[in-house]
Design a protein around this ligand. Structure first.
Ligand code: ZN
Ligand code: ZN
Length: 96
């Protein structure tokens, strides 16, 4: 079960919209956002940094994160999950 703090955090992420669409200059999308956890260093899922991605960029499209994997995603889109985490954190600071 997510804690209230986690729920609040995810709600803020969802309001940002898909971080990759935003990176592509697409900001008028009303596609529902899904939360992707970027797992690093064998960390636990619920402590992993989370980024907002639309369903297409998250898992549906041929070029989605879960279709390509982290390495393929980075080379296809030219931006790594770590960079998306940084951008997400920047935006969160600006909007909160
Ligand atoms: Zn997207
Ligand atoms: Zn995911």
């Amino acid at each position: 079960m997510p804690t209230k703090a986690e729920k609040d955090h995810y709600a803020k992420l969802a309001r940002l919209g898909c971080i990759l669409c935003r990176q592509q200059g697409i900001t008028d999308t009303d596609t529902p956002v899904e939360i992707h956890h970027v797992r690093r260093y064998g960390g636990k899922r619920n402590t992993a940094p989370a980024i907002p991605l639309c369903a297409y960029h998250h898992r549906l499209g041929n070029t989605s994160y879960h279709s390509l994997g982290a390495k393929g995603f980075t080379s296809y889109w030219g931006i790594s999950p770590e960079e998306l985490i940084e951008k997400t954190n920047d935006l969160l600071q600006k909007t909160s």
